[in-house]
Design a protein around this ligand. Structure first.
Ligand code: SAM
Ligand code: SF4
Length: 334
């Protein structure tokens, strides 16, 4: 493949090499920190990008230097024939990996098809090991399905990571249990700070459990953690235990924002390009696709958009502008 000479470089000299594609805003859960309460405002079906449209945009972006694609949502597994999309994306010339973030409810029965289509790794979200609490956080029952989905993914040969959003008063008493789970399974458990991307408007600073506090609580119980070198340039800072068993990641989006090393961009289910998680409204690529604009036209447009990428949440923190629902996570996908 001939990569374009142009790269996705913004005015802060950051180079986007990772793309997150949110393929639906719909979900079979209602997580308190994500979904709007009583949400029934879904995108219209005919506004949602088809798989062919997604692949066309991904093709342009891969030529501009995107190396890794993550499929997300809403819940990606509620969209039929997801394996068809993964297969097409994994055949793009120049792509290095296709991964997915899922709530795991539907994973067990789909995992072989996803792997055979080219999926290499999977992040499964899980915030509690208690069934009643699982229902309180996600609005549904199904803890066993999620855990068995993880094991099925591991069995199928996928790399498994666990995403855990810690919220004070909801699940912070399970921090050590998640650390022990990483030790016993060998999965990487990533503790994510609660971000003001909640549709329900519950976010407030004292619900955020910082990376620092999380590490301190684990150290008190399980003794020393050792920093690890993160070879994948991910925002998670990684630690292992002194005996080397189990990996923990910490994503301190609020207390230690990593905007200056951001290498991501995002496409929403309706084809809006977001150069930053906190960008609003973003840039309408679907309109360009559906009005028949050429490949070169869309390429030039995207290069103009990326130049305007904002500094990120770090500037909102500096200006003391954090408040709930700065954007909607169930549309963007993380
Ligand atoms: N439905 C899938 C899932 O839950 O894994 C994929 C989409 S979900 C929006 C992607 C990730 O964002 C999940 O790991 C979820 O826990 C995380 N997330 C959602 N809302 C969040 C928030 N307000 N702050 C931090 N992480 C959040
Ligand atoms: Fe659905 Fe994922 Fe949001 Fe939970 S975090 S409501 S599973 S999109």
């Amino acid at each position: 493949m001939v990569r374009s000479q142009n790269k996705l470089i913004d005015s802060f000299a950051r180079n986007a090499i990772k793309l997150r594609i949110s393929i639906t805003d719909r979900c079979n859960m209602r997580c308190v920190y994500c979904m709007p309460t009583n949400n029934n405002e879904w995108f219209e079906q005919n506004d949602i990008l088809s798989y062919d449209e997604i692949v066309r945009l991904a093709n342009i972006l891969v030529r501009l230097g995107i190396e890794k694609i993550r499929i997300t949502g809403g819940e990606p597994l509620v969209r039929p024939k997801l394996e068809d999309l993964i297969r097409k994306l994994s055949h793009l010339d120049g792509i290095k990996s296709i991964s997915m973030t899922t709530n795991g409810l539907l994973l067990r029965d789909k995992v072989m098809q996803l792997r055979d289509a080219g999926l290499k790794s999977i992040n499964v979200s899980l915030d509690t090991f208690k069934e009643d609490r699982f229902k309180a956080i996600t609005g549904v029952q199904g803890l066993d399905n999620v855990v068995s989905g993880m094991y099925a993914a591991e069995h199928a040969g996928l790399e498994v990571k666990v995403n855990t959003v810690i919220i004070r008063g909801w699940n912070d008493d399970e921090i050590v249990d998640f650390a022990k789970f990483a030790r016993s399974t060998g999965y990487t458990v990533r503790f994510i700070e609660f971000m003001p991307l909640d549709g329900s408007g519950i976010w407030e600073p004292n619900l955020v459990v910082s990376k620092r506090e999380t590490i301190q609580r684990i150290n008190e119980d399980l003794k020393e953690l050792n920093p690890l070198y993160n070879k994948n340039s991910e925002p998670a800072t990684l630690y292992s235990f002194v005996d080397g068993k189990g990996t923990l990641g910490f994503i301190p989006s609020i207390t230690e924002p990593f905007c200056q090393s951001c290498d991501r961009m995002r496409i929403t289910p309706v084809g809006i390009l977001l150069t930053c998680l906190y960008e609003n409204p973003g840039y309408d690529l679907k309109a360009l696709l559906r009005s028949g604009k050429s490949y070169d036209y869309i390429t030039t447009y995207i290069l103009e958009c990326i130049k305007k990428k904002p500094e990120g949440i770090i500037s909102k923190i500096r200006a003391k502008e954090l408040r709930p629902t700065l954007n909607l996570m169930h549309r963007i996908g993380g």
